[in-house]
Design a protein around this ligand. Sequence first.
Ligand code: GLU
Length: 281
Amino acid sequence: MSAADVTRFAPSPTGRLHLGHALAALFAAREAGPRGSFLLRIEDIDPGRCREAFVEGIFADLRWLGLDWPEPVWRQSRRLSAYAEALDALRAQGLLYPCFCSRAEIAREIAASASAPQGPDGPLYPGTCRALPRDEARRRIAAGQPHAWRLDVAKALAGAPPLAWRDRDAGIRAAAPEIFGDAVLARRDAPASYHLAVTVDDAAQGITCVTRGADLADATHLHRLLQHLLGLPTPEYRFHPLLADAEGRRLAKRDGAPALADLRAAGVSRAEVLARIGWAA
Ligand code: GLU
């Protein structure tokens, strides 16, 4: 925590919050401290997975935890023009290319290739559409073929100085954005990827310390490059450990991690929830 940090908790309304979210939200609020600001942002750009019904639940759960935040709460679904502008800026630098590959085509290509390097988000894209002649790409776009937009990371790095960021626990970290390969910045089915939207919004909201789970720490490599390419400031970072269940497995909704709302309904107190996540208030 430094003098007056601005931090945020940025859940996606794809389900009800569980204990892991409670830890993430409290961690962000603590990093802001009494003199800083703690913001809430709803990351709802994935139309296939986000449900409006979960948004009210998020507000109620966080209030129950004792958190408060300024209004209005930003919603990524209302920020699409900002993401489109960022994409235009990258396109104007010649750093994006349209990718027409389906998931199945990418998987086939990877299976057929001798090496399949892995990145933090899964196997790296083999680069199939990078070599597509411009005319053909234009023709396919004009014909209405679904496509994503990918970052040509080698080209982006060729023009960039060495990049780094400060992790408040681990110190200065050198950025290695190439570990993501040619990341998707605009999806076929959503106007921006997580990586683009979160980087643009953290800058637009003046976030000075980005907090998130240790499982997402590697995303910073790519976010740092996007900040450079878009002329955005670089916040500091702090990562919290992930909660594990009794067997030491990471707590996740899909494995039946209890929802905060259910705990509350069962009469579990806030103090008990804090104890269960090992939170010393
Ligand atoms: N919206 C993301 C999620 O729910 C987290 C945002 C972030 O901290 O980068 O997992």
